[in-house]
Write a protein that binds this ligand. Structure first.
Ligand code: HGY
Ligand code: MN
Ligand code: MN
Length: 428
């Protein structure tokens, strides 16, 4: 469906205006942080309450009804001309961050939903739009990612609920305390009318920039495994223990970490990262007795990811045995690779074409809430060019004109989706 020339011109103007507003709002939300001087927002934290409080008036001014569910997800509904039974297009991403984060990872995708509601206010569509700001995608507080979107699809399994944070608080306790203090929270559930999910996200990689493209269309997302590996030896005096008699947990972990890298390099496109390591007791003159490491393994094919995980865990056991260490392994997160909905992927590609943007189909190495939603609701993802591929870093950035391109393409997506809904006889 294409607009008249004036219609297209007004759409471009709407997109440009919306992009300026979105960039400003990202800066405003960047001030909502648990750590002055950097951006850090974790699951169910006061900083997340601050984001909700800041976004609520923006969403209500756009004609949305706003609520927060018991898992801390921000939910805004723009009802299709007041028709509660209309099919819903969910547009969302996450509001939490990694430590010392950039201002766009996650937040941009939530604000894109608001921007499209604001830009569409001049049109009526045969579907409602629900904007969701998920409460935890990164897993910064508990290590386990996707807690917000998993709550929405009913997959907060017991192994996740038992994860504890640095203060020993479990996910289950944190959720109970959060809801007890907020009686106004609503059900964390998918609407039975959810017909599609669309997520906009910065690419967090170099591909679009290298191809000089503003937008990419995501076809699938790599699977990911996360494990905690603990090496336990014997702490002792650094000055009096001969090297041959030591059971140094940190030396063992260090040897193992080099094998993690070597094993991942054996498989094309596999990635494995030890992002966290903690040595106890942590004295400069004490041989470390206990070391705890995290490991994150990703690949687009589940069998390859499984082979890498198996290899690095076998190495952990072998190195521990050789060095007289005990090793304890907790495999606490398994997220299979996900293919997105072919019909919606093609629809997003067409919408970008109508808006005048060439795109590239891509597989995401980064995890996103779309991989949790996709098995339950037909889903599509759009990447925005990310200068230098810099992300999970304060220098993370996105160009305002690429945001305008995403809004323009998003408005064309709404048109295409209206025809899609009508074609399926689902319309309001
Ligand atoms: O870890 C990831 O891939 C995402 O940034 N949460
Ligand atoms: Mn991230
Ligand atoms: Mn993200």
């Amino acid at each position: 469906m294409s607009l008249t020339t004036t219609g297209e011109a007004s759409r471009v103007a709407l997109a440009r205006e919306g992009a300026g507003k979105l960039m400003h709002r990202c800066k405003v939300l960047a001030q909502c942080t648990e750590k002055p001087g950097e951006i850090l927002r974790t699951f169910l934290s006061p900083a997340m309450d601050e984001v909700h409080g800041t976004m609520r008036p923006w969403m209500e001014a756009a004609g949305m009804t706003v609520a927060v569910d018991w898992a801390g997800n921000l939910r805004g509904l723009y009802a299709a001309d007041g028709n509660e039974s209309a099919p819903r297009l969910l547009i969302g991403s996450h509001l939490d961050t990694v430590p010392n984060a950039g201002a766009y990872d996650g937040v941009l995708g939530v604000l894109m939903g608001l921007a499209l509601v604001e830009a569409r206010a001049v049109r009526s569509y045969p579907f409602a739009i629900e904007v969701i700001g998920f409460s935890d995608e990164e897993g910064t507080r508990f290590g386990a990612p996707f807690l917000g979107s998993r709550a929405v699809v009913g997959e907060l399994e017991s192994n996740l609920l038992q994860c504890v944070d640095g203060d020993g608080v479990s996910v289950a306790d944190a959720l109970r305390d959060y809801a007890a203090l907020r009686p106004e929270t609503v059900e964390a559930a998918l609407s039975p009318r959810a017909a599609a999910y669309l997520e906009f996200h910065i690419e967090q990689g170099p591909v679009l920039e290298s191809r000089n493209l503003a937008l990419g269309i995501v076809e699938g997302l790599a699977g990911q495994s996360r494990c905690n590996v603990e090496f336990r030896g014997r702490a002792g005096h650094a000055g009096t223990n001969p090297m041959k008699q030591r059971r140094d947990a940190l030396a063992g972990a260090a040897e193992w970490i080099t094998t993690v890298e070597a094993i991942a390099k054996r498989y094309e496109n596999a990635v494995a990262t030890v992002g966290q390591i903690a040595a106890e007791p942590g004295g400069v003159n004490v041989i470390p007795g206990v070391v705890r490491c995290s490991v994150d393994v990703r690949h687009a094919e589940d069998a390859v990811r499984a082979a890498v995980v198996q290899g690095i865990l076998e190495e952990a056991r072998a190195i521990a045995a050789k060095r007289g260490l005990h090793v304890k392994i907790a495999q606490y997160h398994e997220q299979p690779a996900v293919k997105l909905n072919a019909e919606l992927v093609a629809l997003a590609e067409r919408a970008a074409g109508h808006a005048g943007y060439a795109t590239k189909r891509m597989t995401s190495g980064a995890g996103h809430d779309a991989m949790v939603i996709a098995p339950h609701v037909p889903s599509a993802m759009v990447f925005l060019r990310n200068p230098g591929g810099v992300s999970h870093h304060p220098d993370e950035n996105v160009a305002e004109e690429d945001v305008a391109a995403a809004i323009h393409m998003g408005l064309c997506f709404l048109d295409e989706f209206a025809a899609h809904v009508k074609g399926k006889g689902q319309s309001a």
